[in-house]
Design a binder for this molecule. Structure first.
Ligand SMILES: *[C@@H]1O[C@H](CO)[C@@H](O)[C@H](O)[C@H]1NC(C)=O
Ligand SMILES: *[C@@H]1O[C@H](CO)[C@@H](O)[C@H](O)[C@H]1NC(C)=O
Length: 444
C-alpha cells in the first residue's frame, strides 16, 4: 500500500522526526523539516512537490502519487533543485520590499486564488480544509477571502448584525469563531490570507447596509464621507482586525472589495470623485496601521485608471478610482487590480485587453516601486488559453503576483459556489495555474 511505503521512506529521510503530524497537518514536501508521520487514522498524501498533508484514511487517494515528486533515497532530503523553492514558512509576517513581497528575508511568491465563500457558507472545518487543500494543490501560497457579512436579522454565518442603526459584531460560533476556523484551516494547509473587510456590492451586506442603517439613505458614496458611517466602519475594523494582530496567517487587510462611487442601488450624492475615495483610502488605511502594525494593507479595488477622455471605460476614472493616486498613499502597501474584459465592454479582443491592462499596471508598479497584484481575473469561455496568455504576461512584465477568480471544490455534499468562473481540481485550468505558480516561484 502507498501509505506504508511512504512512511518507511519518510523515516529513512528524517530519522529524527519522532512526533506524528495531526490530521490536515503538513507531513512532507520539498524543504519540509517537520514531522513526516501522521497520527493514526490519517495518511500522508502528496498534494504537490511542496506539500504533503495528513488526510483521513477514507479520503486519501489509493493510487500511488507521481514518482517524480519523491526524491531518491540517496539525495539530500532538503536540497531544493534550481527550479523549485521551499514553501513559505508559517511563522513571520509577510512584508514588502520594493516591488516584492518578502517573508523572513526571502521573496514571498504571491500566487493563488480567491475563495470568498470559505467562511460564509457554514462549511465544517473538514470542508474548509478540503477547500484549502484543493487550492494548495496548485502550489498556491495565498487565498483572498471575505471578512464580512452584514445582516439585519441573524441567519447562518454572519459577522455583524444591524438593528435600528446599531451594529453588533458576532463573536460567537456563527461569527468570529467561524473565521478563527478559516484562519486555522488556511494555516494547516500552508496558505496565507488576504481579507477584505467590506463590500462595494450588496452581496453579504457591505457598504449599503452601513449607509442605510446610519444615514437612512441609499446614496452609496456616503460610505466614504459620512462621519458616523466612517466611525461605524472603524469600529468593525477595530474588532475584526484587532483579533488577528499577532496572526501570521493573515497576509493583509483590504479596505473593501471593489470600492466605487456608485453601489448596487446606483444612487449617489453626485459629489463623489476619485479624490473622495483617495481621501477615504488614506484615512482608513492609516487607521488599520494604527491598530495593527504587523499586517500589510491594500485597497481591494479594480485598479481603474483616471484618464478622462480615454476611449476605454476602465481608464476613464468614472467610477471614482485613480489607481496611481491610490498607490501613492503611504499607508497602502501594495496595489490591486481586477480584470474582467467581458464586464467592462472590452469584447473585441478580451485577451489583448488583458495584456494591455497587465502591462499598464506593471508600469505603475515600477513607478511607485510597490508590489502590484492582479488579484481577480476571469473569463467564462476559452479560460485555459486566455489565462495561459495572461500568466505569461505577468511573468514577462514583472507584475508581482496574482490570484485567480475563483477556486472551487467538489464536496461530498455538493460543489462550492460557481458563478461561471470557478476552477475545480478536475478543470484543465488547474494545471495551467500550477505551471504558472511554479514559474513565479522560480523567478525569485
Ligand atoms: C458597486 O456596487 C454596485 C451595486 O452594489 C454596482 O452597481 C457597482 O457596479 C459596484 N461596483 C463595483 C466596482 O463593484
Ligand atoms: C504619485 O507620486 C509620484 C511621485 O511622487 C508622482 O510623480 C505622481 O504624479 C503621483 N501620481 C499621482 C496620480 O498622484
Amino acid at each position: 500500500m502507498f501509505g506504508v511505503g511512504l512512511v518507511s521512506l519518510a523515516l529513512a529521510l528524517a530519522p529524527f522526526a519522532n512526533a506524528a503530524s495531526p490530521e490536515w497537518g503538513q507531513c512532507g514536501g520539498i524543504g519540509w523539516t517537520g514531522d513526516t508521520t501522521c497520527v493514526a487514522g490519517t495518511v500522508c498524501t502528496v498534494q504537490n512537490p511542496y506539500y504533503s498533508q495528513c488526510l483521513p484514511s477514507s479520503s486519501a487517494p489509493t493510487t500511488t502519487p507521481p514518482t517524480t515528486v519523491v526524491p531518491p533515497p540517496t539525495s539530500s532530503p532538503s536540497g531544493p533543485t534550481t527550479t523549485s523553492v521551499p514553501p513559505p514558512s508559517s511563522t513571520g509576517f509577510v512584508k514588502v520590499s520594493g516591488q516584492k513581497f518578502v517573508l523572513n528575508g526571502q521573496t514571498y511568491p504571491l500566487v493563488g486564488a480567491n475563495s470568498y465563500w470559505v467562511g460564509l457558507m457554514g462549511y465544517s472545518t473538514a470542508q474548509m480544509n478540503q477547500a484549502f487543500s484543493d487550492i494548495a494543490g496548485t502550489g498556491a501560497t495565498t487565498v483572498r477571502t471575505w471578512g464580512f457579512n452584514d445582516v439585519t436579522s441573524p441567519n447562518g454565518i454572519y459577522y455583524q448584525l444591524w438593528q435600528n442603526g446599531q451594529a453588533t459584531v458576532n463573536t460567537g460560533a456563527t461569527g468570529l469563531q467561524n473565521f478563527d476556523n478559516v484562519v486555522a484551516a488556511a494555516k494547516a494547509n500552508g496558505l496565507r490570507l488576504i481579507v477584505a473587510l467590506t463590500n462595494n456590492w450588496s452581496d453579504y451586506g457591505g457598504m449599503d447596509v452601513y449607509v442605510q442603517q446610519i444615514a437612512g439613505s441609499a446614496d452609496h458614496d456616503l460610505f466614504y464621507t459620512n462621519a458616523n458611517v466612517i466611525a461605524a466602519y472603524k469600529s468593525y475594523i477595530k474588532t475584526f482586525v484587532g483579533r488577528y494582530v499577532n496572526e501570521p496567517t493573515i497576509l493583509g487587510w483590504e479596505l473593501a472589495n471593489e470600492p466605487r462611487c456608485r453601489g448596487s442601488t446606483g444612487t449617489s450624492t453626485g459629489t463623489c470623485t476619485t479624490q473622495t475615495i483617495t481621501n477615504w483610502v488614506s484615512e482608513i488605511s492609516a487607521y488599520i496601521k494604527s491598530i495593527d502594525p504587523n499586517h500589510l494593507v491594500a485597497i481591494g479595488d479594480e485598479g481603474f485608471f483616471n484618464e478622462p477622455g480615454s476611449p476605454d471605460y476602465p481608464y476613464q476614472g468614472s467610477e471614482g478610482i485613480d489607481f496611481n493616486a491610490n498607490l501613492n498613499v503611504t499607508t497602502i502597501d501594495f496595489g490591486t487590480a481586477h480584470l474582467y474584459p467581458g464586464s467592462w465592454g472590452e469584447t473585441a479582443d478580451p485577451t489583448g485587453f488583458g495584456t494591455k491592462w497587465i502591462t499598464d499596471h506593471a508600469t505603475s508598479q515600477k513607478a511607485a516601486n510597490k508590489p502590484v497584484i492582479l488579484e481577480e481575473f476571469g473569463v467564462t469561455s476559452d479560460q485555459a488559453s486566455t489565462y495561459t496568455t495572461w500568466y505569461s504576461d505577468i511573468i514577462s512584465t514583472g507584475l508581482t503576483g496574482d490570484l485567480i477568480w475563483q477556486a472551487g471544490s467538489h464536496f461530498s455534499t455538493g460543489d462550492t459556489p460557481n458563478d461561471g468562473y470557478a476552477i475545480y481540481p478536475d478543470s484543465p485550468v488547474y494545471a495551467v495555474e500550477s505551471q504558472h505558480f511554479a514559474a513565479v516561484k522560480a523567478r525569485g
